[in-house]
Design a protein around this ligand. Sequence first.
Ligand SMILES: Nc1ncnc2c1ncn2[C@@H]1O[C@H](COP(=O)(O)OP(=O)(O)O)[C@@H](O)[C@H]1O
Ligand SMILES: C[C@@](O)(CCOP(=O)(O)OP(=O)(O)O)CC(=O)O
Length: 362
Amino acid sequence: MIEASAPGKLFVAGEYAVVEPGGSAILVAVDRFVSVSGVDAEVGSVQSSHYGAEPRPWGVEAHDVVSAAIEVVGSLARDHGRTARPLALTIDSGLDDSDGSKYGLGSSAAVVVAIVRVLAEANDVPLDAQTTLRLALLATWAVNPAASGGDVAASSLGGWIRYRSADAAELLDRRERFGVAEALTGEWGSLAATPLPAPEGEPLLVGWTGSPASTAALVGRSRQGRAVRDADYRAFFAESDAAVSELGAAIARGDDDARASGIRHARAALAHYATLTGIEIETPALTELCAIAERHGAPAKSSGAGGGDCGIALAGRAVDRERLRAEWLAADIRPLDLRAWPHATTTTEAPAGVAATPRRTP
Ligand SMILES: Nc1ncnc2c1ncn2[C@@H]1O[C@H](COP(=O)(O)OP(=O)(O)O)[C@@H](O)[C@H]1O
Ligand SMILES: C[C@@](O)(CCOP(=O)(O)OP(=O)(O)O)CC(=O)O
């Protein structure tokens, strides 16, 4: 049996701007995982609670990320002159809560990355984190070419990362014309995924404000909705980029004040974007989440597409986290028990039962 897992993620800054090729974001992987196992089988299949009781055979016309991930690694194996080994895959997602709440922790990215890891291991295709990222991006874009891939980068690399997006259309075209193996090598334009040092003292606090509208719908609306003047969009893009640079540099040198300023600037850029597009990114519940955190001295903002889901706060050592969490709860905001992963103190250890890199068991 081969097993691998991949962590979920949260956006810290750069949402929406990162959708544009060359846009930047900061993300953090969190300690909830999607795990995938695979055993040799005559016919490839996938079992998941998403599909009901029966395993789904590979190759079924299902335009989803699971099929896309199987397809992309299969193509790579063929490009290397091998036939992809059929496996019976089982997907087990720990990203949603036992009561069925979905927190928007990037399940599609974690599923893709975990599947890519298992299949690559089964087919003896060695993968480093950057190659995993590229393969998982090709799979993700095959289903959603408008995705920035920031979530895929966080799932592939783990930890705190700075991400700059690539031109999906150009890379999909390269895959189409030259195959996956060829598409993987060579320039990926503006793509960059760089680890940042984990901030000291585990400052990440996460609150969940309820289920949002779908991200695809929000991103779609942002493009087709209110006609945004090019100059206005450019101003937002520059503002977001500056906030991400400020925050990335602050995290890199461990400067808490500059980190707080970076978060507040990223929040302001999103407010600007919401005004331009008419999208409600920061709902009243998210505004309340931020107000409570700010009263405790912790800078905060929405995380991801917004319209609900999670907000984050970065709490310095002086912040009374227990009181902050209690006030969130009293305001109907659910504090989530999440930490950055790998944890700052145990960077080499995976939690029990979690294989960051694929593992074979007899
Ligand atoms: N446990 C799972 N089993 C199979 N597919 C999954 C699972 N979790 C997520 N997915 C895939 O990921 C998609 C969810 O993607 P998306 O709506 O972007 O959510 P998220 O914001 O969590 O990434 C699903 O439609 C499905 O294709
Ligand atoms: C708007 C975005 O920049 C961020 C969306 O972040 P979310 O974390 O909300 O996304 P899902 O994982 O699909 O729930 C779109 C993108 O980067 O693709």
